[in-house]
Design a protein around this ligand. Sequence first.
Ligand SMILES: Nc1ncnc2c1ncn2[C@@H]1O[C@H](COP(=O)(O)OP(=O)(O)O)[C@@H](O)[C@H]1O
Ligand SMILES: [Mg+2]
Length: 257
Amino acid sequence: MNTTTQTAGVNTQTTGTESQANKDAYFSVSNLKAYYGDSYIVQDISFSIDEGQIVALLGRNGAGKSSTLRAIARASEPELRSGTIHLGGESLHDKQDFEAALAGVQLVPEDRRIIPGLTVEENLDLACIEGETGWDYERIYNLFPRLKERRKQEGITLSGGEQQMLAIGRALARNIKLLLLDEPYEGLAPVVRHDIERALLEVKNEGITTILVEQNAVAALKLADRALILDTGEIVFRGSAQEVLDDEQLRHDYLAI
Ligand SMILES: Nc1ncnc2c1ncn2[C@@H]1O[C@H](COP(=O)(O)OP(=O)(O)O)[C@@H](O)[C@H]1O
Ligand SMILES: [Mg+2]
């Protein structure tokens, strides 16, 4: 286990059992550095996740959460200039976005990217074109019964919550190992959020590993096994979700809750 402790910032409350990046872990990133042009945004990030865990990735607006997810999914931007990423023994840092997707990484971006002109079901069909198929539609519809009711309806006419369900359903239609969720609760009423929370716990029970980025830190921590807090592109805290909930100073300094 790698126990070097060079994380910058205060409150790097690394507990004895937490590692910055354990390359033997199911998922790990090590010394990840990513840039938009000359702007150094993801600043030497390392962490690891056990299989089937939900990790909340938290931090203020602009802290670098979305950029970290994009770097992991191997989006063209931000550009990954150094560091390693491993998932289930396979390297991702040397891959492009579509190869990372084939390796089992699926990013559900904040804007959900529902394809206009296609029904709910056609959006799912499109997800299955490449790579191994994952959950069959019946299973996805069991997870989100509202999608079944609306399966012949154009995807972009759905409510925000239903579009989020479709975006998650579309990810599950492929054979994924790591689900990257960028602010899935944004703009959703609590009752709809609860439907999605229930679904995410079911996804966890199926052994899928999740990184959950959320502005609603309390809601994310309720679901998460562990938490990471980013500030200006660096990890300033790693620990259990409960530790964050119990640490008023930490919440005040980095999460404004
Ligand atoms: N496409 C981009 N080009 C240049 N800078 C960007 C781009 N996207 C994000 N940034 C900058 O990177 C930093 C981190 O942004 P982001 O990862 O979106 O933060 P978060 O998701 O935590 O709100 C911010 O300073 C933001 O302005
Ligand atoms: Mg963001």
